[in-house]
Structures are given as C-alpha cells and as structure tokens.
Design a protein around this ligand. Sequence first.
Ligand SMILES: NC(=O)c1ccc[n+]([C@@H]2O[C@H](COP(=O)([O-])OP(=O)(O)OC[C@H]3O[C@@H](n4cnc5c(N)ncnc54)[C@H](OP(=O)(O)O)[C@@H]3O)[C@@H](O)[C@H]2O)c1
Length: 175
Amino acid sequence: MNLIAAVDMNWAIGKQDELLFRIRTDLRRFKELTRDNIVICGRRTVQTFPGGKPLAGRINLILSRQHDLDIEDAIMCRDQDELFAELNRLNFEGYDDSQIYVIGGASIYKLLMPYCSKALITYIHASVEDADCHLPDFGRLTNWIMQDKSEIMSENSIEFEYRTYINPDPETWHI
Ligand SMILES: NC(=O)c1ccc[n+]([C@@H]2O[C@H](COP(=O)([O-])OP(=O)(O)OC[C@H]3O[C@@H](n4cnc5c(N)ncnc54)[C@H](OP(=O)(O)O)[C@@H]3O)[C@@H](O)[C@H]2O)c1
C-alpha cells in the first residue's frame, strides 16, 4: 500500500484539525492518483473534507472506534483487524496493493506506515509555527529510502517538490 502526505520542512502535516497548505496543483495530483482507488483515513481527517464527506470516486475506508458512527458512502472499520479484513475482501474483488492509499491523519499514518511500500510526499519549503501533528522525518528512518525527487515547483509563492520514498520490506496485511 501507499502513503500519501504533504509535509512542511519539519514534517508537520496539520494544525488544529486543518491542513497546513492548500496547493491546488498538489490537490489535483492527489485526486488523479487516488481516483477509482481505495483511500484509508481516520475519522478526524474525514471531517476536514468538503462537507465532512468521504471523497467521491474512491472507496473510502474510515477508521473510527465509535461503534454507533456510520458515515454515508464509506466503509467503517473499528480497528486494524476490520480494516485488513476489508482490504483482503477488496483484494479478492480485484484491487491490488498499488491501488491502496493511506491518506492520514497522523494517527493513521503511524498505524499503517509499517505496511506501506511507498510514500508519496509533497515536501513544502516552508515551516508552520505551532503545527500539532507530524510524520516522522523519512530521511532519518533506516527502512525508508528516497527513490526520487522532482524539481522544485511554485504556486502562489509556495515552493514544493514531490518525493518518493520506498520501504523495500513492508509488513504484510494479507490474511
Ligand atoms: N498533510 C497531510 O497530507 C494530511 C493528510 C491528512 C490529514 N492531515 C491532518 O492530520 C490531522 C488529523 O490527524 P489526527 O491524527 O488528529 O486524526 P486522524 O488520524 O485523521 O483520525 C483519528 C481518529 O481515527 C480513529 N482511529 C485512529 N486509530 C484507530 C484505530 N487503530 N482503530 C480504529 N479507529 C482509529 C479514531 O476515531 P474516533 O475518535 O472516531 O474513534 C481517532 O480519533 C488534521 O490536522 C489533518 O488536517 C494532514
């Protein structure tokens, strides 16, 4: 499975339940990559989406421990075991590993990072004060290797680049 995230120079990803930046080029890329595929996210991240709704045109797997919470147009998973059972079912229906995207937030990245073989990181050349959630710095993780890095792009004076990190030995979620 893949992890996809946008980070600042301190690997911060969010502040007060919001994204740090909205870079249209990057949001468009996110949409293209995840379209018709499977996205996995935490309940708090769904609340940041337009209207607090799951993303259209994708299979949304949402993690929440609240047994009475149902979100329309999403598959609710109450724990990692339920999530992996759903992924196995979707795998059986024909979706493969490369079509699964872990899209946040911090708690879900932390939970599923060991199972990801690829991380698509939008690295933003800025640092946000008082950010309250972070990813680990992939450059310091021994099991992740940077495979490539794009040129630096700019939108509304925000500079950013796309980085791809690879984890050659992910844990398996297949049952
Ligand atoms: N920069 C980026 O690329 C990016 C991407 C996504 C999100 N974000 C940011 O990340 C922040 C949100 O991250 P977060 O860590 O606070 O929230 P989150 O990971 O989106 O959601 C946390 C919630 O997920 C559920 N959950 C977590 N682990 C679970 C498990 N093992 N089993 C079942 N349910 C589980 C719980 O829901 P319940 O409380 O309902 O039980 C928990 O409260 C926001 O600021 C958002 O903007 C940034």
